[in-house]
Design a protein around this ligand. Sequence first.
Ligand code: SAJ
Length: 431
Amino acid sequence: MVVDGELNVVVLGLGYIGLPTAAVIARTGARVLGVDVTQAVVDTVNSGRVHIEEVDLDGLVSGVVARGSLRASTEIAPADVFVIAVPTPFADDHTPDVSYVLQAARSVATVLKVGDTVILESTSPVGTTEQVRDLLAKLRPDLRVPGRTGEQADVAIAYCPERVLPGRILHELIANDRVIGGVTPRCARKALGFYRRFVRGACVTTSARAAEMTKLTENAFRDVNIAFANELSLVADTMGVDVWEVIRLANRHPRVDILQPGPGVGGHCIAVDPWFLVHADPANTPLIRTARLVNDAKTDHVVAQAAALIEARPGEPVACLGLAFKANIDDFRESPALRVAAALAHRFGERVRVVEPYADRLPAAFAGSGATLVDVDTAIETCGVMIVLVDHDMFRSIPLEERADKQVLDTRGIWPDQPRALLRLELRLAS
Ligand code: SAJ
């Protein structure tokens, strides 16, 4: 309900995207209600605190909560704009699960009224926004939904994917261009007016289906390109060549821009979204599917490489550097580093010492393994073998003199100055 001309916004899902989005919208002066199914999340936000780590998010949330522009609840309330930012996981057979989106839409249906706008931001299979529209039409036959009758609709429904990079979310929420897909062009224009409130990047309108596919395409593009780098790293191992050097050199070509190999691809986006495209059209997606398999297989390869290195130094303590799915964040979702470290911990037990500045205890995957969490100085003092799994700045800055005598498997290429003899030894062991 509009109070004194103020915009009322409901954000459904207070996770990695929903909470920063809610806070940024609240900062524009809108009155925002964040809705989450988890009471603890709601309580945390209402006390002005955050349950996720993201640069500057704590300060922003405490400010907008203190000002009364953001509050959280497990119950939805009427609003002018509803933003759905809930998870879209997939089942074991890679079938996308949009049940949280549909559940959120059901909840919106209970308070929806003429003039409202419903925007889906969750990464979704093509056609999901139309599914939301159909569900709203079924639950609210009193409202004319867009794109079904040709007549003017009572509500606007659009898809606008989030595109922010964890660690830079608050900046990218505002700076990045947005693709806004309407169920009809009129819906897209309505949603555009909303995003213009807080987005400084360009806002480009299209259809909901094109916007849905655009999001999946962006992440599949990155996955395929990382797979290329990971595949190169295996070939380079076979050839006894340093893949990091080859990529650096190849990237001097004006039209070559190879990404970085690593221990595999983690996070809740790039390792997931390409499957939505494969699932939608299996016959025409051999490349996207293979890229997924290549990136997953890279993790197994790193486990085997590390195990060979560790076995060659019987009794020597081993440092696993990093658990997060990428550098300088506390997010361990789908993390290949965590998978590698846990596999080594269960195989080599108390010899394994994990360093993760973003963890205060070892995650459940290490239970019963005998591995311990240590700080970086202890690892350097006690471990003769080092497995670099995450390129946290803290690891990158370890100077050569502190690691020159170590046996190193550097899956992220952060120590190009590591003595070549040791690199060659690693490669021989791995082959
Ligand atoms: N990675 C590599 N080599 C690289 C780059 C990344 O191995 O050269 C690995 C990372 O270590 C990590 C994984 O890939 O394990 C994903 O990291 P990322 O930084 O590429 O991406 P995310 O998952 O943090 O965020 C992505 C972004 N999408 C694109 O860059 C196309 C972000 O903009 C999206 O908003 C986000 O997915 C999302 O929510 O979909």
